[in-house]
Design a protein around this ligand. Structure first.
Ligand SMILES: *Cc1c(COP(=O)(O)O)cnc(C)c1O
Length: 366
């Protein structure tokens, strides 16, 4: 049996005709930049997240970048974030010219440890960027309290967590702004790159809309330097078909996760910890296992897809060497990097496939 880490073809087969119809509409009207599909998706995502505003962007990375730029974060400023995340979180901070300040994660949730944030704040700190990793939101009450007492912006990197909740509130809706990615492998994936920022701040919303078109405030008039951060209407067309399925797909991911949780109970496999405040959408199902690299190799040899998110903390990346971090600075991140691995959890996975994954791991470990 083959079990891929993700099977985009299985999902596409269920919505193929609708996607082709929506995409054809874009092609026939030749509204190839902006237009009604982008506006409709923005409206629907804002409503879905319980936010007033949404601004589509060319990727999750660009959503984060243009949000930082729109908040005037740049040289001389500091942004506090986690080293246990996808590169773009920190990469965007660096591209604004601001300084990245890493703090370690909570080893149970893999999200930024709020207890460590206060100690990282200086007079130059302007924002905190929590990442809702693997589909579970960070401890937002604690983060918002710290941000409030220091007048800091909070930018939620919700690229892995659209539709997950914390105390009933949707990812992206609690901070100053929330950023989503529609990279095809994310739980709401487009048919190429795409992203979005949601916010309740009207001034930020207005600025984002100008920022994504080169800061153009009038015809060839530019009050500030922006970029081309626009969402492709073909992506919006496909996402309009997918969004109504999102809750169903997230529910099926949760069922798959619960199935694994039960089968791995009482074994050496450590299953994901989801706090009582959270509903996870399991963008990834991440376990910890003894002899992780051997287990990975064995699964791959057995035609089971698996991956490590993330094998190296960002504080140890060559491109951030000038920040002066070294091995040992973030022990929870470094330990997680060497122990975690993700298993297939996509909505279309069958019980037979899950059983095969579980048996292959447990047989190897015993
Ligand atoms: C995927 C991802 C991004 C970047 O999104 P892209 O659409 O690939 O640019 C940023 N942060 C996190 C945590 C992600 O998982």
């Amino acid at each position: 049996m083959q079990v891929p880490l993700l099977d985009l073809k299985a999902q596409f087969a269920t919505i193929r005709d609708e996607v082709l119809e929506q995409v054809t509409e874009v092609l026939d009207t030749q509204r190839c930049i902006g237009g009604p599909k982008v506006e409709e998706l923005e409206k629907q995502i804002a409503a879905y997240c319980g936010c007033k505003y949404a601004v589509g962007s060319s990727s999750g990375t660009d959503a984060i970048l243009e949000t930082l730029m729109s908040l005037n974060i740049g040289p001389g400023d500091e942004v506090v974030t986690t080293p246990f995340t996808f590169f773009a979180t920190a990469g965007c901070i660096a591209r604004t010219g601001a300084k990245i300040v890493f703090v370690d994660i909570d080893p149970a949730t893999y999200n930024i440890d709020p207890a460590l944030i206060e100690g990282a704040i200086t007079d130059n700190t302007r924002a905190i960027m929590p990442v809702h990793l693997f589909g579970q939101m960070a401890d937002m009450d604690s983060i918002m309290a710290i941000a409030g007492s220091h007048s800091l912006a909070v930018i939620e990197d919700a690229c892995q967590s659209i539709s997950s909740t914390y105390k009933g509130k949707k990812a992206g809706s609690i901070g100053t702004a929330g950023c989503f990615s529609f990279f095809p492998s994310k739980n709401l994936g487009g048919i190429g790159d795409g992203g979005m920022t949601v916010t309740n701040d009207e001034k930020l919303y207005e600025k984002l809309k100008v920022m994504r078109s080169h800061g153009q405030t009038g015809v060839y008039e530019h009050d500030f330097v922006g970029g081309n951060f626009r969402l492709d209407p073909i992506q919006a067309a496909a996402l309009l078909v997918k969004l109504p399925h999102l809750d169903d797909w997230s529910g099926r991911r949760r069922k798959n996760a619960a199935y694994y949780d039960k089968k791995f109970a009482g074994t050496p496999v450590q299953t994901p910890y989801i706090s009582d405040d959270n509903v996870s959408i399991y963008n990834q199902y991440v376990i910890r296992v003894p002899r992780r690299d051997e287990v990975l190799a064995h699964l791959r040899a057995s035609d089971i897809g698996c991956a490590v998110y993330y094998p190296t903390g960002l504080h140890l990346q060559e491109c951030f060497a000038s920040l002066g971090y070294k091995e040992g600075d973030f022990p929870n991140t470094e330990k997680a990097s060497s122990e975690v691995m993700a298993l297939p959890v996509y909505p279309e996975l069958t019980d037979e496939m899950k059983d095969f994954v579980v048996e292959t791991i447990l047989t190897f470990l015993s």
